[in-house]
Design a protein around this ligand. Structure first.
Ligand code: IMP
Ligand code: MG
Length: 171
């Protein structure tokens, strides 16, 4: 696989990330939120987003893995790293790189809601316009994209390309 076309150049991503950060800052103005970054893909998005948020934020991370091939989710999710902290009564914002089938987040929402947070919302950089198998309450989305495989800005193909400052398709 190699890089095909740039879909979102660096300046366009940064502009959109700042817009989302402003919205998060307003929505969680005084109460703040606990941002949960989903490793590894969300680490770049989360760090840019967080540095533009003016409301109080804390961070935690989870690592998830789904069984199956490298480009499709099976829906069977394993927790590789759980949260450090208890989220009971907290305003939680899950930060994810991309939503494809939505199966990973559906599992995660179910798992985290049993821990009784005060609120549980989703912020995703990319949302694939696939025929969703599941309904998700997505509060913030960076960009909608067609059903193609993309890399860069945290997203990988076989662990490569996460460091690209732009988002591109691969061939
Ligand atoms: P879902 O469970 O099908 O929504 O899959 C979500 C996960 O699959 C994301 O967190 C990514 O790790 C991975 N993924 C889905 N589509 C892409 C893509 O186009 N590029 C890189 N990773 C992807
Ligand atoms: Mg991944």
């Amino acid at each position: 696989m190699e890089i095909d076309k740039v879909l979102f150049p660096e300046d366009r991503i940064q502009e959109r990330v700042m817009e989302i950060a402003s919205q998060v800052s307003v929505d969680y103005k005084d109460k703040g939120c606990l941002m949960i970054g989903i490793l590894k893909g969300a680490f770049v998005f989360l760090s840019d987003l967080a540095r533009n948020i003016s409301s109080p934020v804390e961070f935690d991370f989870m690592a998830l893995s789904s069984y199956g091939s490298s480009t499709k989710t099976s829906g069977v999710v394993r927790i590789l790293k759980d949260l450090d902290a208890d989220i009971h009564g907290r305003d939680v914002l899950i930060v994810e790189d991309i939503i494809d089938t939505g199966l990973t987040l559906k599992y995660l929402m179910g798992n985290l809601s049993t821990r009784e947070p005060s609120s549980l919302s989703i912020c995703a950089l990319l949302n694939k316009e696939t025929i969703r198998q599941v309904q998700l309450p997505i509060k913030y989305v960076g960009f909608s994209i067609p059903d193609i495989f993309v890399v860069g800005y945290g997203l990988d193909y076989a662990e490569r390309y996460r460091n690209l400052p732009y988002i591109a398709s691969v061939k």
